[in-house]
Design a protein around this ligand. Structure first.
Ligand SMILES: Cc1cc2nc3c(=O)[nH]c(=O)nc-3n(C[C@H](O)[C@H](O)[C@H](O)COP(=O)(O)OP(=O)(O)OC[C@H]3O[C@@H](n4cnc5c(N)ncnc54)[C@H](O)[C@@H]3O)c2cc1C
Length: 243
């Protein structure tokens, strides 16, 4: 598969160890994709090491991609983004992936994302909200640890829509101001509490493997169809601790 090339035009540190990167396509100059898809980027000269990154921008922008990248210690993908500068090129394949919205949602829709999983979830939520023939509830849960790690609250605010309910769940926060989208705890309990109240729900799970596995198992135990009603994208594998 021929690699595509994009040139970095912006790299902003938006939270501790989290970068927002805007890259514009060079070759080919325009690329189409579906909300939720990712690119697989080459991390070294040999091309043997690749890492995947979800496209955070809207599919209406075919001239480039926005990525949201959390640096983790010691990794090759993280080194690529740590050293990346404006003007550098990204080489990769894609866009690809099957974690995309159903072509039509007959009922309510839940998106549950942890960490940078928000990158995939945001454009999918936007796409669903823009569908004139869908009328169900759209509920987005974003799981983070503390308020100091948060980013893109402005983007989340701009999503505001009569069909959208937004919950930002902070698993390690001790006190959370009342009245806004912030709440204490992990995303698992509120998702499991709301799903039985929904009409023909489809649940999209994206982010850390432990969350995805735990919620998928529990949702299937609640009676959701494993294949048709629970759709998943794992960013990194589940640990044995199940934390
Ligand atoms: C389909 C897909 C889409 C992805 N989209 C994104 C994205 O949009 N943004 C993004 O930052 N990452 C994303 N990832 C993860 C990404 O591909 C890399 O795994 C990540 O950047 C770490 O790579 P690394 O080489 O630095 O470290 P590695 O050596 O590959 O990983 C080291 C460890 O870091 C942890 N880790 C990996 N990714 C994350 C993360 N995102 N947040 C917290 N801890 C993590 C895991 O425990 C992992 O075992 C995606 C992965 C997949 C499979």
């Amino acid at each position: 598969v021929a690699e595509k090339v994009a040139r970095v035009v912006r790299k902003d540190l938006i939270a501790p160890d989290v970068y927002e990167v805007d890259a514009r396509w060079v070759s080919p100059p325009e690329v189409t994709f579906r909300a939720g898809q990712f690119v697989s980027l080459r991390c070294d000269g040999s091309g043997n090491t690749r890492r995947s990154y979800s496209i955070a921008s809207s599919p209406s922008d075919t001239g480039g991609i926005e990525l949201l990248v959390k640096l983790v210690p010691g990794g090759l993908g993280s080194a690529l983004f740590r050293d990346l500068e404006v003007g550098h090129e990204l080489h990769g394949t894609g866009p690809m992936g099957f974690f995309v919205n159903e072509l039509r949602h007959g009922g309510d829709v839940v998106y549950a994302a942890t960490g940078t999983g928000l990158a995939a979830a945001l454009p999918m939520v936007q796409e669903t909200l823009a569908r004139p023939n869908e009328h169900g509830r759209v509920i987005l849960y974003w799981g983070m640890r503390t308020a100091s790690e948060l980013y893109w609250l402005d983007r989340l605010e701009r999503l505001a829509h009569p069909r959208l309910e937004l919950h930002v769940c902070l698993s390690r926060a001790t006190d959370v101001p009342r009245g806004g989208p912030l709440r204490r705890g992990r995303i698992t309990s509120p998702v499991l509490a709301v799903v039985p109240t929904l009409a023909s729900p489809i649940v999209y799970l994206v982010g850390n493997g432990d969350m995805v596995k735990e919620l998928k198992d529990e949702l299937v135990a609640l009676g959701l169809d494993r294949r048709r009603q629970v759709r998943t994208e794992v960013f990194y594998p589940a640990t044995k601790r199940g934390e």
